[in-house]
Design a protein around this ligand. Structure first.
Ligand code: G3I
Length: 616
């Protein structure tokens, strides 16, 4: 976790010290019980009055940016500690959260180090289907370089919920220099914001004297009903009876033989995004050792993308580097998946391709040639290819060439490498709370289109980047059901949980992995990097930059390396038989008696027969 530029988790409460990294926990999404405003508000909080920076209440905020994308109105509110709220109907998606926002310049001076408390009431109105409307509360300098003191993403639920955001001013602001914002540049939604107050306590209180809102997610509680159902599915789906019969050279049963059952590989995919250069160049010993220890699958975060391979990112991004990475993975028993053949927006395609924008025939040919060349160069080496990435907001090529071109891409990939399973891949499918959203609808539509048109689509990738919206396990399972109806395997392709409450990230990681592992359609879970030193948000699930293990890292090790693997031993009975319930995968079985000893491999799959082991 970056110090100084991110919210620091103090004990179990979160306090935003300098949030230009802008990640802080958020209240739970729609279907969760509203977050409890907990924290350690000392009596002093009640005694000391702060200076109110929003004297006019929420009505004093004004809409700013691409205002045509939002309809602003005032509504009266009953049985809440405020009578009026702003209703924001966001009608059109934005590329940036700041494209549309509510803004209020801060008329008073704020000194660096001042302790402030924002109190905000939020409610989502069912409208555009986004059941968990979202916003981000920001206090920043109202000009370059927009120095922030707080940036706090939050999600609204179906009921009014109070959110406390405590923070420290990261710099001094003269009267009028600071601005308070509610960012609204997200997916279409209808959001109510009421009861806004921002109190400046100066140095009269410590941050910990103030209340804060603890994050939670539905199903987090230890006795949640989903847990036993998941455990039952895991036993039924992911385990089989493993039976061993030990005989002597004449085929007679050997009773009392010692049997050790050691799982060497899980059938289920547990993986991470990795950087080929870190695996293949000298150094990075911990990175290499942990990659080999923790994962049986890996994907290159960037090494097989078209933009770097085209030279747009400078030196060192070549297919040869990627192939060396594939070899390293193979030498360590790790299967490699390819990411990504076509990420069809100009911002994610090679710069040079834009020059073909006016020549559809050449553009189409260039994309097909890229697929054929790259998938040909890795032929037989990758278990998967993400053929098409994030079609919801990456569709410049489809806009120019028609949506059927996506079918051509899958066909070209199949022709170039018949051995790789071909995936579509997208984000915001599981993240962002429950319910239907335009992003989820579009994913369903594109998958159906590909299948209807005969595209060789083998599997569905669902990324799993969580931050402001922790989706509870039951909602995750329901969303997985929605895409499992296509009858294709699902992989979680890019899991991470970008919040600053490390204890909560550990709980969520354990629950998310357990729920996904329990779903019949899911065949693997890949995290999007495992170490802060090589992570797009510098907030990876497992290890901090100094290689210290995060609580979520411990949760992963306990679950994946211990609880979801089988390492047991016992003795054969009078019939020379030993049986246990074991996770599907590869095993080394060692049997020994009276000095004789033998180790044999075993693949445990559905329907496996007993292993007969003869001791000479
Ligand atoms: O390292 C080069 C640098 O030498 C060069 O000067 C510079 C020029 O722009 O580029 C640098 O490469 C950067 C690269 O990451 C390696 O650090 C690129 O700028 C930067 O755009 C690239 O960002 C990657 C991003 O995808 C865009 O490709 C992130 O690392 C990567 O984590 C992110 O991953 C995506 C998945 O592919 C799809 N799903 C979402 C996920 C997160 O955005």
């Amino acid at each position: 976790m970056r110090l100084g530029l991110r919210a620091l988790a103090l004990t179990s409460l979160v306090t935003c010290l300098a949030c230009s990294g802008q990640r802080a926990p958020t209240p739970s999404p729609a279907s969760a019980p509203s977050p409890v405003a907990v924290g350690a508000p000392t009596g002093k909080y009640g005694e000391v009055k702060g200076v109110e920076l929003v004297p006019g209440g929420v009505a004093s905020f004004e809409l700013q940016g691409k205002v045509e994308r939002a309809a602003l109105s005032q509504v009266t509110v009953e049985s809440q500690p405020f009578e009026r709220a702003l209703r924001l109907e966001i009608k059109e998606r934005s590329g940036n959260p700041w494209d549309v926002q509510l803004r209020l310049p801060v008329a008073r001076a704020v000194q660096a180090g001042d302790v402030l408390l924002a109190t905000i009431y939020l409610k989502a109105e069912p409208g555009h289907g986004d059941a968990a409307a979202r916003t981000e509360f920001v206090m920043e300098l109202g000009r370059e370089p927009w120095s922030k003191s707080v940036s706090y993403p939050m999600r609204a639920g179906a009921e009014w919920q109070k959110v406390h955001v405590r923070y420290t001013a990261q710099r001094s602001y003269a009267p009028g220099e600071a601005q308070l914002l509610f960012r609204l540049g997200y997916e279409p939604q209808t959001l109510l914001i009421g009861g806004v107050s921002v109190e400046n306590f100066g140095q009269k209180l410590a941050l910990s004297d103030l209340p804060t809102t603890k994050l939670s997610y539905p199903g987090m509680q230890a006795d949640a009903a989903w847990r036993s159902a998941a455990a039952a599915r895991i036993d039924q789906l992911r385990k089989q009876d493993l039976a061993v019969l030990v005989q002597d050279r004449n085929g007679n049963a050997v009773a009392g033989a010692d049997v050790v059952v050691h799982q060497t590989k899980q059938a289920f995919g547990f993986g991470s995004a990795v950087v080929a250069q870190k695996l293949t160049r000298p150094g990075n010993e911990q990175y290499k050792q942990l990659t080999a220890e923790l994962f049986n699958t890996a994907v290159f975060e960037n090494n097989l993308k078209w933009q770097p391979l085209a030279g747009d990112w400078g030196e060192g991004w070549t297919v040869d580097v990627a192939l060396k990475g594939v070899d390293w993975l193979a030498q360590h028993g790790i299967q490699a998946r390819g990411h990504v053949l076509v990420w069809p927006s100009w911002k994610n395609l090679p710069r040079a391709l834009k020059g073909l924008e006016k020549d559809p025939a050449k553009l189409r040919a260039a994309v097909n040639a890229h697929i054929t060349e790259l998938a040909g160069a890795t032929r037989g080496k990758l278990v998967h290819w993400d053929v098409l990435n994030e079609p919801f907001d990456n569709h410049d090529l489809m806009d120019l060439l028609g949506e059927d071109v996506m079918v051509e891409w899958f066909r070209a990939a199949r022709g170039a490498d018949p051995s790789a399973k071909l995936f579509i891949n997208d984000y915001a499918i599981l993240a962002g709370g429950p319910g239907t959203t335009p992003h989820r609808d579009n994913y369903e539509r594109v998958i159906q289109l590909l299948l209807d048109k005969g595209a060789p689509l083998d599997a569905i990738g669902i990324q799993g980047h969580f931050d402001a919206g922790l989706t509870g396990p039951e909602d995750v399972l329901e969303l997985l059901d929605r895409y499992a109806k296509f009858g294709k395997p699902i992989w979680i392709t890019e899991y991470d949980v970008d919040i600053d409450d490390e204890a909560l990230a550990a709980k969520f990681t354990r629950d998310f992995y357990t729920a996904a592992f329990s779903h019949p359609a899911v065949q693997g879970i890949i995290m999007w990097g495992f170490w802060d030193g090589a992570h797009w948000h510098r907030n990876a699930p497992l290890y901090r930059e100094d290689w210290s293990l995060k609580p979520a890292g411990q949760a992963y090790r306990d679950l994946v390396l211990r609880e979801l693997r089988t390492d047991v031993s016992g003795k054969t009975d009078a019939r020379g038989a030993y049986k246990t319930r074991a996770f599907l995968g590869s095993y080394a079985l060692t049997v020994s008696v009276a000095g004789a000893r033998k180790t044999v491999p075993l693949e445990l799959a559905n329907g496996s027969k007993p292993a007969v082991i003869k001791l000479d």
